[in-house]
Design a binder for this molecule. Structure first.
Ligand code: FE2
Length: 507
């Protein structure tokens, strides 16, 4: 397709079932692109292009009970002059008229621009990027790491701080939405937690109206994973809760530029991913929520008033070797990726932190058992693999605790930091708060955890990671305020890991 054909608005030329064409032509005025566009899950030759048709961001009334055909175009320039791919995508009613197009046959390590069109209406133009080809020398690679964006806690302007980064993608480690709210600087569309698919859709629609978030999606591809607020993650057999979880996954899929759809009404969502960035970096993004054993195994006997019950007294139950956060299949997958990697840097993006962290409360040992501290045997196996296979430059990335935490990962808190087995950067939240009852016990425990290089809980922001053969640099990018729009992002601190060296250095 030529650019002028795409822009001319004929909507007629493409072969597709007659019914679909007819619906597309019959509906041109009702539907729009209120959530703009997004791209995601890039590989070296493909990327997912996303949009969702609706009347308006706050009007999700079904557009039609039939599928609607949408045209798309990909070009190598921002004016969409040099068209490299084009086609049609199908917005299905059963998936909320969302569109996910897997565009293949692209060149590696390139910027592309894209847009959708419905009848005469054209979407905003988005920009996306493919990854460097696997095993090819990649001299420098930059990406951003984000997590935890509670609408009511603050505005998402942290995303605008990425505008000049020239990052190749955003890695989103989950809590894209929050189901719960207690009020704040802006309100959810309803006080109640979502109870149906339509409720979850409305919640996602609200979050997508944040202008900085939308601009970030237009600017670069995302790789999004799931954490505990995106969908229920409790270990339940209750049918109503499984149904609600399925609804959360479906709405999540409908609003995210991800490759794999959940099976209809399924309470599971395929999100496991691994990527090679040339021969520079191997990144593994396991699913840390859907296959884990219960995180409340030691709740009994812990002081539930202490830090909202988030930190618990470890008990014998967590020490069993078969206890798992990843499940056997994923653990084997990760093991294989670590053992056979030829990459210079090996990243585990894990949502929750790997770092052991001991706290004391009322004379007892407490730990954050929802993190890897609740799955010690499996963590030990991963660290054994890293040590045994001499995995090159292992780096963990996490979110979840709404704090910046920089750590040399040792086997046990109190171990000599020089015996660290990997480096970890936990990125703070886009907007979610980490209140004093959670922050203070961690702050107070720092002397007992000398492997932790840096901890700060009151700043919002993201991690900017720049990777070369010789050096890994993580900039802690933080914003001056999020309680109103218009905050400014700057680099708060920077840390480096040198190739072949154990130990994070501050610069
Ligand atoms: Fe969170």
């Amino acid at each position: 397709m030529k650019r002028r054909d795409f822009l001319a608005g004929t909507g007629l030329a493409l072969a597709a079932p007659a019914l679909v064409i007819r619906r597309a032509m019959a509906q041109p005025l009702a539907a729009d692109f209120p959530f703009s566009v997004a791209s995601g899950d890039p590989t070296s030759d493909a990327v997912i292009l996303w949009t969702k048709l609706a009347r308006a961001a706050d009007d999700l009334t079904p557009l039609s009970d039939q599928a609607i055909e949408v045209e798309w175009i990909v070009a190598s320039d921002e004016r969409l002059t040099d068209v490299v791919r084009s086609g049609t995508g199908i917005a299905r009613p059963e998936l909320g008229h969302s569109v996910h197009v897997d565009v293949e046959g692209l060149q590696p390590d390139r910027w592309y621009w894209y847009a959708f069109k419905l009848g005469r209406k054209m979407s905003p133009i988005g920009r996306t990027r493919t990854l460097p080809a696997a095993r090819v020398a990649a001299s420098r690679f930059r990406f951003n790491v984000v997590s935890c964006q509670h609408w009511e806690n603050g505005y998402f302007d942290v995303y605008d701080g990425m505008a000049d980064d020239d990052a190749s993608f955003v890695l989103h480690l989950g809590d894209y939405i929050y189901e719960v709210g207690r009020g704040g600087v802006r309100a959810h569309e309803t006080k109640a937690a979502p109870q149906t698919l339509d409720d979850y859709r409305r919640r996602h629609a609200l979050y997508k109206t944040d202008t900085a978030l939308r601009r970030a999606h237009e600017r670069m591809p995302f790789m999004v994973t799931l954490d505990n607020h995106d969908a229920l993650t409790d270990d339940t057999d209750d049918l109503a809760r499984l149904k609600l979880r399925a609804a959360a996954y479906q709405a999540w899929y409908e609003f995210q530029p991800v490759r794999h759809a959940p099976a209809p009404s399924s309470p599971t969502m395929p999100i496991l991913r691994g990527r090679d960035i040339g021969n520079l970096m191997r990144i593994s993004i396991p699913d840390t929520r859907q296959f884990k054993d219960s995180e409340t195994v030691c709740a009994e006997g812990s002081d539930k008033k202490f830090a909202f019950g988030v930190f618990q007294k470890p008990c014998a139950g967590i020490e069993t070797p078969e206890r798992s956060m990843l499940g056997m299949a994923q653990e084997a997958w990760l093991d294989e990726r670590l053992a056979n990697s030829g990459a210079r840097w090996n990243v585990i993006a894990s949502t929750v932190m790997m770092t052991p962290f001991d706290m004391s409360h009322d004379g007892d040992l407490y730990r954050y058992l929802q993190s890897w501290d609740g799955y010690p045997a499996e963590r030990a196996r991963i660290l054994d693999r890293i040590a045994g296979s001499k995995v090159a430059n292992p780096v963990a990335l996490a979110g979840d605790i709404h704090s910046n935490l920089v750590s040399n990962v040792v086997r046990r808190a109190g171990d000599d930091p020089r015996q660290a087995l990997m480096s970890e950067f936990v990125g703070t939240s886009i907007s979610s708060l980490w209140p004093e009852p959670l922050a203070k016990p961690m702050q107070d425990a720092l002397p007992a955890n000398p492997h932790i290089r840096y901890y700060e809980s009151q700043k919002r922001g993201y991690l900017r990671c720049t990777v070369t053969d010789d050096l890994w640099t993580t900039d802690l990018r933080t914003i001056d305020f999020t309680d109103r729009a218009g905050g400014t992002v700057s680099t708060d601190k920077s840390f480096v890991v040198e190739n072949g060296e154990v130990g994070i250095k501050q610069v």
